[in-house]
Design a protein around this ligand. Structure first.
Ligand code: PHE
Length: 343
């Protein structure tokens, strides 16, 4: 029996060495440890026949061998495990050992689009609809319909790009032509907002760009007052710059409104004390506005005796420049990621 036991280890090792998968491993294990007829089990059963000192010694020996076999078994199991991981790593389509690919950079909205959407959301909440208009516009809608007939001196303020050989087409200098288009298309009462790109024939510098963005707003209804305009714009100013913001309106000529105003808000940075952003004035000029001129209502097919309204226009580039302290308007169109990545 003694020899048999000592042989067992050798036999088991041999059997295990031939194993190369988990199923075979379990089969070999059962051959030795199996409850019914495993070789080791059988030897242990025979132990009952011995007695006294002999039984004790034999028991000890069997236990030692059993531990050794179990050791051989678990070492093989670990080796098979390692082997199978290696196979997965070399045969699978996904190479788990490959270094991480850096995540593609996630982009974001252009700062002008961000402020445009912020303003849109605000006016949508007040029941305005968002309207679009053409960038290539007729001279009529861009100027004449806005109470600026040919030879009107106010046209000089907004020189633009004229489309050669196509009659009266111009790149729109403002979003205001959509005032008339919207009255014609949708009728009145009307509450609308027009975000869009506009163009001017400028000698570009840090403060002037040939292409920039505006948001136009217009309300036409019965009994619209200057107070409605002021309240609406004040609400916008507070929405953009905080509850404590104050607004002031000063007369300014825009031929398509009467009276026309230039709107300023207290500087969000110094709260009116005077600083770098507001050029020491305490005020920031952010919009033009006024009561819609009767001639403009008429051009839109609206009876100025029955209806009235107000309109306003904001320059989006300027709003973003003020907000972030951007010193050169030309950054917006540069496509320079060092600039755009900051927002
Ligand atoms: N369209 C004007 C501009 O570009 C702004 C404006 C819009 C003024 C509406 C009054 C009313 O300067």
């Amino acid at each position: 029996m003694n020899v048999e036991i000592k042989n067992l280890k050798h036999k088991f090792q041999q059997a295990i060495d031939e194993v190369n998968d988990f199923i075979k491993l379990e089969e070999v294990y059962q051959l030795f440890f199996g409850r019914k007829s495993g070789e080791l089990t059988e030897i242990m059963k025979n132990l009952k026949e011995l007695s006294g000192e002999a039984r004790k010694e034999m028991g000890k020996l069997i236990n030692e061998v059993k531990t050794e076999l179990e050791d051989i078994y678990s070492k093989k199991k670990v080796a098979l495990q390692a082997e199978s991981w290696k196979n997965i790593a070399t045969t699978e389509a996904i190479d788990v050992t490959q270094p991480k690919i850096p995540a593609t950079e996630v982009g974001h909205m252009h700062p002008i689009t961000q402020i445009q959407q912020q303003i849109e959301q605000f006016f949508i909440s007040m029941g305005f609809m968002i309207v679009d208009g053409p960038e290539l516009e007729s001279d009529y809608y861009n100027f004449t319909a806005l109470n600026m007939p040919p030879d009107h001196p106010a046209r000089d303020m907004q020189d633009t790009f004229y489309i050669k050989g196509h009659g009266d087409w111009v790149m729109r200098t403002q979003t205001s032509p959509v005032q008339v288009r919207a009255m014609q298309d949708y009728g009145v009462p009307l509450r609308m907002l027009v975000p869009g790109r506009v163009f001017r024939n400028e000698a570009t510098d840090a403060r002037h760009e040939h292409t920039f963005y505006q948001v136009e707003g217009m309300v036409v209804d019965r009994n619209i007052t200057f107070g409605d305009m002021k309240g609406t714009l004040e609400a916008l100013a507070k929405h953009l710059y905080g509850e404590e913001t104050k607004m002031r309106l000063r007369p300014k000529l825009y031929p398509f409104v009467e009276p026309g105003v230039n709107g300023e808000v207290t500087c969000y940075l110094c709260k009116g004390d005077g600083c770098r952003v507001c050029k020491q004035t305490g005020w920031l000029e952010i919009f033009g506005a006024g009561m819609v001129h009767p001639e403009v209502l008429k051009a839109g097919g609206v009876d100025p005796e029955e209806f009235g309204g107000f309109a306003f226009g904001l320059g989006l580039n300027r709003l973003v420049m003020l907000k972030y302290g951007i010193e050169d308007i030309r950054h917006f169109m540069s496509g320079d990621m060092r600039f755009l990545g900051q927002f």
